[in-house]
Design a protein around this ligand. Structure first.
Ligand code: ADP
Ligand code: MG
Length: 304
C-alpha cells in the first residue's frame, strides 16, 4: 500500500505541506481535495518523487519514494503520473503517444493495447492525428491513455478531467474509474470537482492550511462536513443552528417557524435554486418550481 508519514515540504522558504500522514490500500481510489493553491499538485509531485521532501517518508509497499537528490531518474516503473499540464509529444500521433512506453518487441501486442486504450478514451478516429492538432480535452485523454498503457500499480491523476467538456466528461470518468477498479490499479486523484469523488473515491483527504483538515469516506464527510470548506465542496449549504444543511435538505411546507422571503430563483434544470432571506440571514434551498421574488414561504429541514 501507499504510506505517507509526516511529510513536510516547502518551496524555498514557503511551507506548503506540514506533517502529512495518509495511506491508500492497494486498489483503493483516494481523492485529495482542497482549494486552489492548497498543495494538491505539490503533494502528487512528492508522491511521484519529483521533489525532495524536507522531512517525512513515502513508501509504496516496500519501496521508498525518493526525490531527485537520491534518485537520478525521476519516477518508478510501478507508478504513473498524469500532470495537470500533461506533457505529450506534439509532433507525433495519438497512437504513438499512447504507445510511448510500450516495447516494440511485440508489435501486434503493442497495437492491441493501443487499440484497447483508444477505445477506453474514445479517440479511435484521432489515432493517426498529430497531438498538436488536438483540443485540450483530447490531449488530456491521450495523457490518461498513455499513463495506462503499461499497467501501473499506482496512478497519480491531477485534475484528470478538467479540460474535458461536459458532453464527454461524465461518461469518460465512469469508464476510466471502472477500468482502474477492474485492473486493480491504486489511484490518487487531486481534484476540486466533487463529481470526481462522489460515487468513485473510497476515501478522501482534505488539504487546508498545509495540513489534512479531514479524512474519511466521502459519505461520512458529506453527512458531517465539519467545516465550511468541506460543505462547500459538496454543494450549496446553509448553517442553521450550527448544523450544516445542504440546499436540497430544505423543503417548502405549509407552516413552520422558518418563514423566509424569496429574493431570487435560479433555473438549474431539474429544480430551481432559491436565494431567500430569513431574519436578515441568507438561506439557499432547492425547489421544484419557480418562486417569485418577495414571496414568503415556510421552510423545514428534511429529516431522513
Ligand atoms: P493546488 O494544486 O492545490 O492548486 P499547488 O500544489 O499547485 O496547489 O500549489 C501550492 C502552493 O505552492 C501555491 O501557493 C503555489 O503558488 C505554490 N507553488 C506551486 N508550485 C511552485 C513552485 N514551483 N515554486 C514555488 N511555489 C510554487
Ligand atoms: Mg493543482
Amino acid at each position: 500500500m501507499l504510506q505517507v508519514t509526516n511529510l513536510s515540504f516547502s518551496y524555498q522558504q514557503t511551507p506548503i505541506l506540514k506533517a502529512i500522514t495518509l495511506q491508500a490500500k492497494a486498489g483503493e481510489h483516494l481523492a485529495v481535495i482542497g482549494e486552489s493553491g492548497s498543495g494538491k499538485s505539490t503533494l502528487l509531485k512528492l508522491l511521484y518523487g519529483e521533489f525532495d521532501a524536507n522531512s517525512g517518508t513515502i513508501f509504496w509497499k516496500n519501496t521508498e519514494i525518493l526525490g531527485p537528490k537520491y534518485n537520478l531518474v525521476v519516477g518508478y516503473d510501478f507508478m504513473k503520473y498524469v500532470a495537470q499540464e500533461f506533457d505529450l509529444m506534439p509532433y507525433t500521433t495519438v497512437s504513438e503517444n499512447i504507445g510511448k512506453h510500450l516495447s516494440n518487441f511485440y508489435p501486434e501486442k503493442k497495437q492491441a493495447r493501443i487499440n484497447e486504450l483508444l477505445d477506453l478514451v474514445e479517440l479511435h478516429t484521432f489515432a493517426k492525428t498529430k497531438v498538436k492538432l488536438l483540443s485540450g480535452g483530447q490531449k488530456q485523454r491521450v495523457a490518461l491513455a498513455r499513463a495506462l498503457a503499461q499497467k501501473p500499480e499506482i496512478l497519480l491523476l491531477d485534475e484528470p478531467f478538467s479540460h474535458i467538456d461536459n458532453y464527454q466528461k461524465q461518461r469518460l470518468r465512469r469508464r476510466i474509474f471502472r477500468f482502474l477498479k477492474k485492473e486493480g490499479i491504486t489511484c490518487v486523484v487531486a481534484t476540486h470537482d466533487r463529481d470526481d469523488v462522489l460515487g468513485f473515491a473510497d476515501n478522501m483527504v482534505v488539504l487546508n492550511n498545509q495540513t489534512i483538515a479531514a479524512k474519511g469516506q466521502p459519505i461520512n464527510l458529506y453527512n458531517n462536513p465539519k467545516s465550511d470548506l468541506i460543505a462547500a465542496f459538496f454543494g450549496e449549504f446553509n448553517k442553521i443552528n450550527k448544523q450544516y444543511v445542504y440546499a436540497h435538505q430544505l423543503q417548502v411546507v405549509a407552516h413552520s417557524d422558518m418563514r423566509v422571503c424569496v429574493k431570487q430563483a435560479y433555473f438549474k434544470g431539474a429544480y430551481y435554486l432559491i436565494e431567500a432571506q430569513f431574519n436578515n440571514t441568507p438561506i439557499l434551498f432547492e425547489h421544484a418550481t419557480h418562486l417569485a421574488p418577495n414571496d414568503y414561504v415556510f421552510l423545514e429541514i428534511i429529516t431522513e
